[in-house]
Design a protein around this ligand. Structure first.
Ligand code: NAD
Length: 474
């Protein structure tokens, strides 16, 4: 882990100052802005678990930032340096994120202070189930009120344990499976959730490159093909974003930064191979076909077209921001750029696609999973065969009217009904496209809004203040 990482209170302050910039630009009244910014509540739990014959004490948090929509939503992270302020900052980001991409949830986040690498599977299961029980019995885990998801250090496995714990506590809750998202598909998860955040980063970049004037603002030309990309953090988000951009858009992943150092290959790294190597060896050091640098963070400053920080918060700070050379940064991680660094980068003309939008793919698909769980039916189950046969009729009609055969590649497209995976990808693509269009429009139309982050927060503040006023909070 990054030893020079500042504490969570700096992160929270950074988020609030970025929001303040949007408050000023939007002209929102100060008292309404304050009511939106301040969090609702934070639960701290401390519980002992017997590990290898002795009692170990664990501390965890679940912060609720805004309940203007229920349930509140946000991941649970397992990390040794997690603290309450960090969780509060992440909960606030969730509120803004959901508003920006039109997902009807309030914001929340959870964290457990532990290093998951220090425990085996069975120990992690006992700890996770105990944490889930603490959250559920105190009203911080429920399909109607508070729905966690995976984040750093957690994944499908932990979500399945949490869902099962909740089910055993409340077997008469018919919607028990919707108490958490990011579950394995065979336990009520949805196809496409695991890669959703990385996929969303890809869709965000694709949409950005559909706007030539935006591309020009970043000092770039053309499309994603051949663009040199630096990725920091080859975990869930970073791996999927990098792999999709390389395989489907022809981008070149020239630098991969991990905890133990960085790899460079100007011809483009094979993302799958590096990912496999990292998982087998526990790091990237020793990977063939690349130059290795032990000071990974320094490589954030390497020359490239696009920089994707996808590891953790506050990696671009006032001490390295001026040396960042990529003209376009997309924040796949939450809070990778501090407030001070954001100012420095903007003054340099760097374009930042902000976290509160860029990594929303996970919560968008989590929303689909939650809806699927509440409806108790897989998306596409009712209409897929119907659509298939309608496609076949269309082909028959065209062929009999024209007397010629429809080319097989068109027929294959018309002949199939959408399955759940197709629908999830389509819904994610649509949500990411629409949100970026709205952000760009606000930046273009408002004289006082100069950057995409401020535009995104202005959108969130407008929606949140409207919702607060509509329900008569004041
Ligand atoms: P992860 O644990 O799967 O991956 C993180 C990766 O970063 C790991 O490979 C880790 O080795 C690496 N890493 C850690 N410290 C590093 C350092 N100092 N330098 C370089 N690499 C380092 O986590 P994730 O789920 O991919 O989340 C990454 C970021 O994305 C976090 O900020 C998280 O909050 C955010 N995010 C995740 C999701 C999601 O759906 N998983 C959704 C939205 C936002």
């Amino acid at each position: 882990m990054n030893k020079s990482r500042p504490s969570g209170s700096h992160f929270l302050d950074s988020v609030n100052r970025m929001v303040d910039r949007a408050v000023t630009a939007s002209g929102l009244e100060a008292d309404i802005a304050e009511a939106i910014k301040v969090g609702t509540d934070v639960l701290q739990v401390n519980f002992p678990v017997k590990i290898r014959g002795r009692l170990e004490l664990f501390s965890g948090w679940r912060a609720v930032h805004s309940t203007h929509r229920l349930p509140v939503k946000g991941g649970i992270r397992y990390a040794p340096n997690v603290d309450q302020h960090e969780i509060e900052a992440l909960a606030a980001l969730m509120t803004y994120k959901c508003a920006i991409v039109n997902v009807p949830f309030g914001g929340s986040k959870g964290g457990l202070k532990l290093d998951p690498c220090q425990y085996d599977r069975d120990e992690l299961q006992i700890i996770t189930r105990r944490f889930a029980r603490e959250l559920a019995t105190k009203g911080y885990l429920s399909p109607a009120l508070n729905v966690p998801a995976p984040d750093v250090g957690t994944g499908q496995r932990e979500m399945a344990w949490i869902a099962d714990t909740y089910k055993h506590l409340y077997p008469d809750d018919i919607n028990h499976v919707a108490c958490v998202t990011g579950k394995p598909v065979e336990h009520g998860g949805i196809r496409g959730r695991t890669e959703a955040t990385g996929r969303g980063v890809q869709y965000a970049l694709r949409e950005y490159f559909r706007h030539p004037s935006e591309v020009k603002r970043a000092g770039l030309v053309g499309g994603l093909e051949g663009k040199r990309i630096i990725v920091q953090g080859l975990g869930n988000v970073g791996y999927h974003a990098a792999a999709f951009l390389a395989k489907e858009d022809g981008a070149k992943i020239t630098v991969i930064i991990e905890q133990d150092g960085a790899l460079i290959n100007e011809q483009g790294l094979d993302v799958d191979q590096v990912y496999r190597y990292k998982n087998e060896q526990g790091g990237v050091k020793g990977y063939p076909d690349a130059q290795y640098h032990s000071d990974g963070a320094k490589l954030l400053e390497h020359e490239a077209d696009i920089l994707i920080p996808a590891a953790l918060e506050e990696v671009i700070r006032s001490d390295n921001a001026a040396r960042i050379r990529a003209p376009l940064i997309i924040e796949a991680a939450n809070g990778p750029i501090t407030y001070e660094a954001d100012q420095i980068l903007q003054d340099k003309g760097c374009i930042i696609i902000p976290d509160a939008y860029a990594n929303a793919g996970g919560v968008i698909v989590s929303f689909f999973e939650w809806v699927r769980n509440l409806s108790h039916i897989r998306f596409g189950r009712l209409e897929r065969r119907f659509d298939e046969s309608r496609g076949k009729h269309i082909i028959d009609a065209i062929e009999s009217a024209s007397g010629s055969t429809v080319p097989s590649w068109i027929a294959n497209q018309l002949n199939r009904g959408a399955d759940e995976f197709d629908l999830v990808r389509s819904g994610l693509d649509d949500s990411m496209r629409m949100a970026l269009q709205e952000i760009i429009e606000i930046r273009n139309d408002h004289e006082k809004v100069e950057d995409l982050r401020t535009a995104a927060y202005v959108i969130a503040l407008n929606k949140l203040s409207r919702s607060y006023l509509d329900i008569g909070v004041y």
